[in-house]
Design a protein around this ligand. Structure first.
Ligand code: UDP
Length: 467
């Protein structure tokens, strides 16, 4: 975008420092930069992005307490991390923004904050800085988060094991087991986090969604009509499709991506490989890991499996893998520590994605028309999986735990030549076409982006600079 005249307006963007949040925030920054805004990324020391990949942005570090980190992958660690971040970053963030506002020659149009950094609303109010939020998850799961107080009153939450299969009639098509809960000894802490997250989203001046109108229209309507979300909403996604895959893939990755899997995929025929990845935070037990390994081996289909160091609880990397298992497959399976996922999903050899249904993974799969096997672990992943399998009907969910026989059957249902697999694949390809349309001139996301740019520029008149 060199040579484009900047709008004379600077935007401050603060991502939540986790991979699934940094990726969409930096893509959003690129999109807004392409629309002639100047960009400053505010970030923590923990999981800081690499400024050398973005020479056209400014970066400013919030000097948060050194104790802030996510040392282990588990729901309760994640919960404590989010609470600590929101408690400990207030003062350093306020100091950082105050300094920027006093030194910045360009007027700052607004702050764009990850919705889970709810602490930024209070600071923005104090500094009289307009705040818009980016919700990096889907709209449908946000509806379920917004419904939490009501679902608690109705007795759906806390979840009772005997009611897992019951329909939650107020939030269709969710069943009790699809509600976005986490396993924790301290559920009150989780409820408080959700309360603040939803409320400070409501108190913002607008919400940007990494989603598109055609995919989640009923959830968007529900939010504004039933939950009184009256601020403007901008479904402008999928963000990463504004750029060529190769250029948007690796810049924001916190872990180095193993490119060797692309040449491995090159050797395979179209739609023949199952890609398996459970994202950057989820962790699985050693027992589940072994069931997955045997399910993959027994399926007879080629697979590319991301086993991130730390994925298996209590192990460094692949120690629990039975010796000889991979060797006996004679090259049918490849395990890597971290993959260039956007390129993998866009590769013609990939025929299905076995995912934990983090929102980015789900959306990335939708964009490439790749059907999914769903194995959600916690929070919004459970809602996303339900939508994939029962609303968009572009995947199958492993409903009965992680067991090698069921895994093998699910892989065969999706990847063997058969009518069911074909129908699912056809629906996924149709949705991929909708993605292309929404990003074209006049398409829903393209129009929403235009509206967002106009909206941000309209905020300038009410912006007050810190004195
Ligand atoms: N990802 C990647 N390489 C991998 C696995 C994941 O680049 O081997 C990226 C993926 O493309 C996505 C992000 O990491 O953008 C994971 O986000 P998601 O919301 O799917 O899951 P989370 O990690 O937040 O649970």
């Amino acid at each position: 975008m060199e040579g484009v005249e900047r709008k004379g307006r600077r935007l401050l963007l603060i991502p939540l420092p986790l991979q699934g949040h940094i990726n969409p925030m930096l893509h959003l920054a690129q999109i807004l930069y392409s629309n002639a805004f100047s960009i400053t990324i505010l970030h923590t020391t923990f999981n800081s992005p690499d400024p050398s990949n973005y020479p056209h942005f400014n970066f400013s570090c919030i000097q948060e307490p050194s104790s802030l980190c996510l040392s282990q992958s588990s729901a309760s660690h994640l919960l404590n991390f989010l609470l600590a971040l929101n408690a400990q970053c207030v003062t350093p963030f306020q100091e950082c923004v105050t300094k920027l506002l006093s030194e910045e020659p360009q007027p700052v149009a607004c702050l764009i904050s990850d919705a889970l950094c709810y602490f930024t609303q209070g600071v923005a109010d104090k500094l009289r800085l307009p705040r818009i939020v980016l919700r990096t998850g889907g709209v449908s799961s946000f509806v379920a988060f917004a419904a939490f107080p009501f679902l608690r009153l109705k007795g759906y939450i806390p979840i009772q094991d005997c009611k897992l299969e019951e329909a939650v009639t107020e939030v269709p098509p969710l069943r009790v087991k699809d509600l976005p809960t986490v396993k924790t000894e301290e559920p009150e802490k989780y409820y408080e986090l959700l309360h603040r997250f939803v409320n400070e989203t409501k108190n913002s001046l607008g919400v940007i969604w990494n989603s598109f109108q055609e995919l989640e229209s009923s959830a968007l309507t529900k939010l504004s009509q039933e939950f009184s979300f009256s601020m403007p909403m901008f479904p402008i996604g999928p963000f990463h499709k504004y750029f060529p895959t190769s250029s948007s893939s690796s810049c924001s990755s916190l872990i180095s991506q193993d490119q060797s899997c692309i040449s491995w995929l090159d050797k395979h025929s179209p739609n023949s490989v199952l890609y398996v990845s459970f994202g950057s935070v989820a962790a699985i037990t050693e027992t589940d890991f072994l069931e997955i390994a045997w399910g993959l081996a027994n399926s007879n289909h080629p697979f590319l499996w991301v086993v991130r160091p730390g994925l298996i609880m209590g192990s460094k990397w692949l120690e629990p893998l039975p010796s000889g298992l991979m060797e006996n497959l004679e090259g049918r399976g490849l395990i890597v520590k971290w993959a260039p996922q956007l390129e993998v999903l866009a590769h013609s050899a990939v025929g299905a994605f076995w995912t934990h249904n983090g929102w980015n993974s789900t959306l990335e799969s939708i964009c490439e028309g790749v059907p999914m096997i769903c194995m959600p672990c916690f929070t919004d992943q459970k809602v996303n999986a339900r939508y994939v399998s029962h609303v968009w009907r572009i995947g199958l969910q492993l409903e009965n735990g992680v067991e090698r026989g069921e895994i093998e059957r699910a892989i065969r249902r999706l990847m063997d030549v058969n009518a069911e697999g074909k129908e699912i694949r056809d629906r996924a390809l149709k949705l991929k076409e909708e993605v292309k349309l929404c990003l074209k001139t006049g398409g829903s996301s393209c129009s929403s982006l235009e509206a967002l740019v106009t909206y941000i520029l309209s905020l300038e008149s009410s912006t007050f600079q810190a004195s």
